[in-house]
Design a protein around this ligand. Structure first.
Ligand code: PG9
Length: 624
């Protein structure tokens, strides 16, 4: 009987589904202080870009602040689904306090090919005319078309647009400067991606920043970043060490499916692929039409190269001195819109981000977008050590000229060592690389906080290793002030045929410190960077290193605006790996390190010259 009934039921036509969802809803918005609008703006090639508008209630003659992002415009503008704009905006890219106080119309747009925008996605889409973009559209044309739509379709606006953003979103205000729309009145690139090979996200002087693997997968594999990268290991040190080379890691994790990953592996050297995209080079060749403030974080763990490089490229064009501005803040990547009281264990004795937002960013934007007066110095630079903001007329304040020598007795001094040639030696073993932070190493990100402030972590962990050379000055009896980019001049040999050199300039705190007793002896890095030895003679044409011959390696450290206080010491550390942030140098020259074979990874004896005709030194931009 049951079977018969079910068969009979099956034979009946199933009733149509029903749906309780209304065709359209009018959400309750009583008390909201802004209107939220979603518009898909059509670009010149017909592609529609998804754009979020947050228009303060009653806005009239209000300027527009535009951010273009690959990180989900809708998410960025509803971090707290709130009727109060300052809450909705709070988070990445939004200096919410001064945007709301300034009465700006906030516009955030998904870049082409991401989230709800149409079109194709290309990581930092190269500009039309770069030789790398086969189309007639790029982020510059998309920005132009967007601004043109905004000023023609936003009756609440005063027809003036500013662009600002952090990181990738800081790259966008830079490309907006190429053939800028006439309504673009100011640009504030914050911690921008500028040159992915020299010193921003992808490489530093040729050493590959492999820990961005998850970002590349999540950013490119899906339009909405919906497929999380699977590390298959809690301590990603193990994930990378087990794989061997970065290329092998990519193959294991499916990254070969990603076009951008393949481009990285095909362009390990500073070739045209990288040089044609370098925004400092591109903007150096452009007329200066829009006032711009480059915003740099002195402890930027992601884009520590870009802002100073663009400033150096543009400043010579600013003959009247009123178009190109620079901020150097005591921040990690993007911290300028957050709590600026400290970076990791280092306290700034004030909220250095809030001060900057209200005393520099707010008047700077208001001047160009609302004709308000401003008194912003060409360079606003935080002087760490004394922890005070400085108004400077130019940057660097001093050229790197004072030689701090690495000397016998693992000492440092401003005069070279006398006597016969001498070296300080260590064995660099790729099977036991120096880590950039203590293990377990977690993925980059802002949940596990070791990544955000890792540049200010205590360097004593490294100093304790036999494969890290540590040179230390006497206790200072007078301040030593630097204001510029130190330049490393290492004279060193390796028993291998390739090698990485990591050099760190460190402020060593007194053994006993008041108030913050835990900071006694802290080794606070003022500037650190890595250089891949194969590029010693040419960044674009790598060559094997002659084994066991002392050779010269020169490279700049990031900008520093620091006072080594009396009672402190200056320290320099030298090592040959920085894992797993950077891929390991096998220390055997191979055509492409991405595809080094297990047998290429060999121990090498490193000898740093510390006395004799070619001893090593760091040129410091010494103020006193
Ligand atoms: N500069 C950040 C980033 C870019 C690429 C890889 C990893 C990080 C950023 O845009 O947030």
């Amino acid at each position: 009987a049951m079977l018969a009934a079910s068969m009979a039921f099956g034979a009946m036509a199933a009733p149509p589904d029903y749906d309780e969802r209304p065709a359209k809803v009018e959400p309750y918005r009583e008390g909201w202080n802004y209107d939220r609008r979603l518009v898909d703006i059509t670009m010149r090639d017909g592609v529609k870009l998804h754009t979020v508008f947050l228009v303060p209630k009653g806005a009239r003659n209000a300027p527009i602040l535009l951010t273009r992002t690959p990180y989900d415009a809708e998410k960025l503008t509803s971090n707290v689904h709130s009727g109060n704009l300052i809450a909705a905006l709070d988070g990445y890219d939004n200096a919410a306090d001064i945007i709301v106080a300034g009465g700006y119309i906030r516009v955030i747009q998904d870049v082409r090919g991401k989230y709800k925008s149409g079109g194709g996605y290309v990581m930092n889409r190269p500009l039309v005319g770069s030789g790398l973009n086969p189309t007639q559209v790029d982020d510059a044309t998309d920005t132009w078309d967007t601004i043109d739509w905004l000023v023609k379709n936003l009756p609440e606006s005063n027809g003036r647009v500013g662009t600002l953003g952090i990181s990738y979103d800081g790259y966008e205000p830079l490309v907006a400067l190429v053939n800028p729309h006439p309504a673009l009145k100011v640009s504030v690139p914050m911690n921008p991606m500028v040159d992915g090979w020299r010193g921003d996200d992808w490489f530093h002087n040729g050493a590959f920043r492999q820990m961005n693997a998850d970002y590349i997968w999540e950013q490119v594999a899906t339009t909405d970043n919906s497929d999380p990268f699977w590390w298959n290991s809690r301590d990603i040190y193990d994930a990378f060490m087990r794989a061997g080379s970065a290329g092998a890691f990519g193959r294991i994790h499916g990254l070969d499916q990603i076009g951008f990953w393949r481009k990285l592996t095909e362009h390990p050297a500073y070739d045209t692929f990288w040089q044609a995209q370098a925004m400092d080079k591109i903007l150096a060749a452009q007329p200066l039409k829009v006032p711009v403030m480059l915003v740099h974080s002195l402890w930027d763990q992601e884009d520590i190269y870009g802002a100073p490089a663009v400033y150096a490229a543009l400043k010579p064009k600013d003959t009247a001195g009123d178009m190109v501005f620079l901020t150097l803040g005591p921040w990690h990547h993007g911290q300028e819109i957050d709590d600026g009281t400290h970076s990791g264990n280092i306290s700034w004795d004030q909220d250095a981000a809030k001060w900057w937002r209200w005393h520099v960013l707010a008047p700077f934007l208001a001047h160009y977008l609302k004709d308000e007066p401003m008194d912003v110095a060409p360079v606003t630079a935080f002087q760490s050590g004394v922890n005070e903001w400085r108004r400077l007329n130019a940057w660097p304040e001093r050229p790197a000229a004072a030689r701090l020598y690495l000397k016998p007795g693992m000492s440092l001094g401003f005069s070279p060592a006398e006597g016969a040639a001498e070296t300080a030696d260590y064995v660099s073993d790729p099977a036991h690389p120096v880590t950039f932070v203590p293990r377990p190493v977690r993925p980059t990100g802002y949940d596990d906080d070791h990544w955000t402030d890792w540049l200010t972590t205590d360097q004593r962990n490294a100093a304790a290793r036999p494969d890290v050379l540590t040179f230390t000055s006497e206790v200072l009896t007078a301040p030593v002030t630097i204001a510029g980019q130190p330049v490393v001049h290492l004279s060193a040999s390796t028993s291998g045929t390739d090698s990485d050199w990591v050099v760190k300039l460190i402020d060593v705190y007194p053994d006993e410190t008041p108030v913050r007793r835990d900071m006694g002896g802290y080794q606070f890095a003022v500037g650190m960077d890595i250089f891949r030895g194969r590029y010693r003679q040419s960044l674009s044409d790598p060559k094997p290193i002659t084994p066991n011959a002392p050779l010269a390696y020169s490279f700049a450290l990031p900008p520093a605006n620091h006072v080594f206080l009396p009672g402190h010491r200056i320290m320099v550390q030298v090592q040959s790996s920085w894992f797993p942030l950077y891929d390991r140098n096998p220390q055997t020259f191979t055509p492409n390190i991405f595809f080094a074979k297990p047998q290429d990874y060999v121990k090498a004896t490193q000898k740093v010259v510390i006395a004799g005709p070619s001893e090593s030194y760091i040129e410091l931009p010494l103020v006193n």
